[in-house]
Design a binder for this molecule. Structure first.
Ligand code: SF4
Length: 234
């Protein structure tokens, strides 16, 4: 393994530890020269109580804007939910310079470079874990993590030295850890299919909202305004 990347919480934009992803980055620089096209650093509070771990930058989302979950549909859902729970300030406008800030919360990824077809190899996930490891271990205030998907979930377990068999991934599943509850889920909201022809699909609260509600109940100091939480949430 090459060791020309600094080992810290975030990789340098030109981190070259994963040859396949560097090749994909070079190809994207040709195809999308206006995009960020680099390793995407974490975003949010410098010492958060809540860390959200995604899979990897989206090709036309974070890989374009340079900020996690920013610029694609996944970000629309995530930032809407964070706003709902008082974990952000400002208005999310799909660009890294929209002035949005996170409060008590930080977002990072298990893999910091966009992979082809959104699928990092196990070796790439292992290599990039050094940054998430630093993110977790260097934060004295961390109280909870939300892992968005199996790869993120397993990366967190590996960093904490916890057997995957005893803490399997599951949508909405909560895994209390000694001194640190970690939450595992995939979707934050989903499109509710129209039940009748002509109905408009509506977004309904799903696992992420419910879990965020649990986090809020136990850990978040913020109290939502009356009526700001959709029906059905704890
Ligand atoms: S995925 Fe992570 S380790 Fe691999 S090149 Fe990108 S930043 Fe470096």
């Amino acid at each position: 393994m090459r060791t020309d990347a600094p080992i810290g919480r975030d990789p340098a934009p030109d981190c070259s530890l994963c040859p396949r992803l560097v090749g994909f980055r070079d190809r994207n620089r040709q195809l999308f020269p206006s995009y960020f096209n680099g390793a995407v650093a974490g975003f949010g509070d410098e010492a958060p109580w809540l860390l959200i771990v995604g899979l990897a930058p989206g090709l036309h989302g974070a890989n374009r804007t340079g900020r996690p979950f920013t610029g694609d549909y996944a970000g629309d859902l995530l930032y809407e939910t964070l706003n709902m729970f008082g974990l952000s300030r400002g208005t999310y406008a799909k660009e890294a310079d929209d002035g949005l800030s996170l409060v008590g919360c930080r977002i990072s990824n298990a893999v910091h470079c966009v992979p082809p077809e959104n699928k990092p190899t196990p070796a790439e996930a292992n290599t990039c874990r050094i940054y998430l490891d630093h993110e977790i271990r260097s934060n004295p205030n961390l109280k909870a993590m939300i892992a968005l998907g199996t790869i993120a979930h397993n990366a967190v377990l590996s960093i904490l030295g916890i057997r995957k068999a005893s803490h399997p991934f599951g949508h909405g599943r909560v895994h209390p850890l000694p001194g640190l509850p970690t939450l595992s889920l995939l979707p934050l909201q989903h499109q509710h299919p129209p039940s009748h022809a002509g109905d408009v699909p509506r977004r309904v609260p799903y696992g992420g909202d419910v879990q965020a509600g649990k986090v809020r109940q136990g850990l978040c100091p913020w109290t939502p305004p009356e009526g700001s939480i959709p029906p059905g949430l704890p």
